[in-house]
Design a protein around this ligand. Structure first.
Ligand SMILES: Cc1cc2nc3c(=O)[nH]c(=O)nc-3n(C[C@H](O)[C@H](O)[C@H](O)COP(=O)(O)O)c2cc1C
Length: 195
């Protein structure tokens, strides 16, 4: 299984970085082939809403996102690790998600070109998993990030199949305070890679 791990925090070595490291370690142990993207390292801008992808399914903006498109397309599993920033994913992740509009359009164009009986598009069946951390403990803390990720997966022709979202993690290494947390990420990675 080919998995793409998206590191969504601007803070290197922080809680969600460690969660994704553990998750991918578990996935590799189960035999997964893993690609990674660090949203904080991508030199990219947001979607400019030009409609350029409507006709072609390709984004006209030539920047760091161009290296991410083939990885998103090739992945059978996508794991997003993002801390909660103002009740949603980070701005870096949101840029990447908005720019995926081109892949959504590619899916629509492929569906139009094929009669429904010919089957679903090549990206059908992608599975998504959300890892998140936040400092506070509100009941609806992860609602927006979950909704955004759900519709990101939907746009890629896939679906979100699971999540691990941890409350009350603020300092950079807080996720290490309870050894169970990273052990759970690792176990979910193994499970995710062996559907
Ligand atoms: C700009 C910013 C916005 C944040 N917004 C929230 C928030 O809305 N709710 C919350 O509980 N924590 C919030 N946090 C705290 C982070 O989610 C928390 O520290 C998390 O563990 C950081 O994960 P990381 O180490 O992977 O970067 C915010 C932190 C920053 C820097």
């Amino acid at each position: 299984m080919r998995i793409l791990g998206i590191y969504g925090s601007p803070r290197p070595g922080g809680n969600t970085d460690r969660m994704l490291d553990a998750f991918l370690e578990g996935a590799r142990e189960a035999g997964a082939e893993v690609d990674t993207v660090y949203a904080r390292k991508l030199a990219m801008q947001g979607c400019i809403g030009c409609g350029g992808c409507d006709e072609t399914g390709r984004c006209v903006v030539q920047d760091g996102m161009q290296e991410v498109y083939p990885l998103l397309e090739a992945a059978e599993g996508i794991v997003l690790a993002s801390p909660v920033y103002f009740y949603n994913v980070t701005g870096q992740v949101k840029l990447l998600i908005d720019r995926s509009q081109a892949l959504f359009m590619r899916k629509i164009l492929a569906e139009k070109a094929q009669p429904p009986s010919a089957g679903r598009s090549s990206s059908a069946g992608k599975r998504g998993f959300l890892l998140s951390a936040a400092a506070t403990r509100g009941k609806r803390l992860f609602d927006c990030a979950r909704l955004t990720f759900t519709y990101f997966m939907d746009a890629l022709g896939g679906e979100m199949v699971g999540e691990l979202c941890f409350r009350e993690l603020e300092g950079k290494k807080d996720v290490e305070k309870d050894p169970q947390l990273l052990a759970r990420c690792r176990a979910e990675g193994t499970r995710f890679a062996t559907p």
